[in-house]
Design a protein around this ligand. Structure first.
Ligand SMILES: NC(=O)c1ccc[n+]([C@@H]2O[C@H](COP(=O)([O-])OP(=O)(O)OC[C@H]3O[C@@H](n4cnc5c(N)ncnc54)[C@H](O)[C@@H]3O)[C@@H](O)[C@H]2O)c1
Length: 427
């Protein structure tokens, strides 16, 4: 089959390579000419394990090429997959502009029998109400002249290739025939188990439900961690024990929730539910609790140790996931804001970013080896590099307190050197 994958980003490119490796003839479409040129030269523009090697093979064998001309690619395709992002504006409204722009480019290329599958995470009803009318401006009818499906991308970057094969692929269609065609396509070319949930909206809700589950779970465990800390109980042990009953699956508490998924997608449903008069209050509350974690943790540190005014504080980690250079919605931004309100002297270290990159993101680069040494360390990202910090040495150089926002150190390994330790939910 000829397949166009529109959006050759962190998720679209691994998918395009994977489909090509399973026998599809794939065109990756992207607005970014630099990305397109790199792909056509067999070079990988993203940092994703296994993809550079796979991309080099499928490009060399002529099974993957890239273009900026989406409409022309659609005309040559049997299947079109859309995997560009839907964003959230500063006032937390959904911004569909990229998706609508892509859809307008697909429309003139629509032809009989084409299957269009949206994988972008979307508010429920978007595919039918907002995108289908743009596709039908072509004069073709969805479900009759061409087929329309929604199939959420549920794999994670950094483990994308293995998860593409293993994660059940959820599909829904504008009608049964569309869902059936999507099911057949993904079963052959993705190779993952398929879950046909029927209508578009059910498939859209699957992804949002998964995100909300995660956010609510973390909020619950963050609240339990606050309680545990107040009562002198180690929440880490409690979670491990609780999760052995075959029913509970508590996630880990932390200083905040970052990334382009968990802190963003709940709003895709919160707003719609409010407008419908059936508010999802638990999701709203979870967002508040998780966003409040930074203030809670720093207030707690100041109350139980010392105020941070005029203290040198080093934030460890900009990324929102260990070993990953991605900082969107990272708690580091809130940590810095809160510290500046306390009039601390703030710097940040992240081994994956250059000093110039840190400055461009509004941080002052720093390190625990610099003179003068920071007095307080706040761990935001559990990068490997931070796991084996020499606290004996740090104590002699002047580090006095540690806020372990990701519970990456054993409390005693820090305290035994006379450094004040506070974790999230650690006794
Ligand atoms: N990154 C992840 O870990 C992850 C995981 C699961 C699901 N997803 C979902 O995948 C979708 C895409 O996310 P991503 O992380 O791959 O995004 P990304 O920002 O890495 O990539 C998007 C790509 O789309 C391109 N693009 C933008 N406008 C375009 C246009 N008009 N025409 C063609 N290309 C255009 C960009 O140049 C970019 O290369 C999102 O809905 C996201 O929710 C992402």
């Amino acid at each position: 089959m000829n397949v166009s994958v529109i959006g050759a980003g962190k998720m679209g490119l691994p998918l395009a390579c994977h489909l090509a490796s399973r026998g599809a003839s794939v065109i990756a479409c992207d607005v970014n000419r630099g990305v397109v040129d790199q792909i056509n030269q067999g070079r990988c523009p993203i940092d994703e394990p296994g993809v550079p090697e796979l991309l080099a093979v499928v490009v060399r064998e002529g099974r993957l090429r890239a273009t900026v001309d989406t409409t022309a690619a659609v005309k040559q395709s049997d299947v079109v997959i859309v995997i560009v992002p839907a964003l959230l504006t500063d006032d937390r409204q959904v911004d569909l502009s990229i998706l609508e722009s892509v859809t307008r480019q697909i429309s003139p290329g629509i032809h009989k029998g084409l299957l269009v599958s949206y994988e972008t995470t979307l508010p429920v009803g978007t595919t039918r109400r907002r995108l289908m009318p743009l596709l039908e401006e072509s004069g073709s009818k969805a479900g009759e002249d061409f087929y329309l499906a929604f199939s959420p991308e549920r794999v994670k970057s950094q483990i994308a290739l293995s998860r593409l094969k293993d994660t059940p692929k959820v599909v829904g269609g504008v009608n049964a025939e569309s869902a059936k065609r999507a099911e057949a396509f993904y079963a052959t070319y993705l190779g993952a188990p398929i879950l046909n949930v029927g209508i578009l909206e059910a498939a859209e809700l699957v992804k949002l439900a998964g995100m909300i589950y995660r956010d609510v779970n973390i909020a619950l465990v963050n609240e339990l961690a606050r309680y545990a800390q107040d009562t002198g109980i180690d929440m880490k042990q409690v979670i491990e024990a609780t999760n052995t009953d075959g029913e509970a699956y508590l996630l880990r508490p932390g200083i905040g929730v970052g990334g382009h998924c968990t802190p963003i997608y709940p709003y895709f449903i919160i707003h719609d539910a409010q407008q419908r008069g059936t508010p999802i209050t638990l999701a709203e509350r979870a967002r508040q609790i998780n966003d409040d974690q930074v203030a809670y943790a720093i207030n707690h540190l100041e109350a139980s140790w010392h105020p941070l005014g005029q203290r040198r504080v080093l934030i460890l980690g900009l990324g929102f996931r260990p070993q990953v250079k991605e900082h969107i919605c990272s708690p580091a931004f809130l940590i810095q804001k809160k510290l500046l309100q306390s009039r601390a002297i703030v710097s940040l270290h992240d081994p994956l970013y250059s000093d110039n990159e840190l400055r461009a993101h509004g941080f002052s680069p720093g390190s625990w080896t610099e003179d003068p040494v920071p007095e307080v360390l706040i761990a935001n990202t559990a990068h490997h590099k931070y796991r084996d910090l020499d606290f004996a040495k740090l104590a002699t150089h002047g580090v006095q307190a540690v806020l372990d926002g990701c519970n990456c150190w054993a409390p005693d390994s820090v305290r035994k050197h006379g450094i004040f330790y506070m974790g999230i939910g650690r006794a």
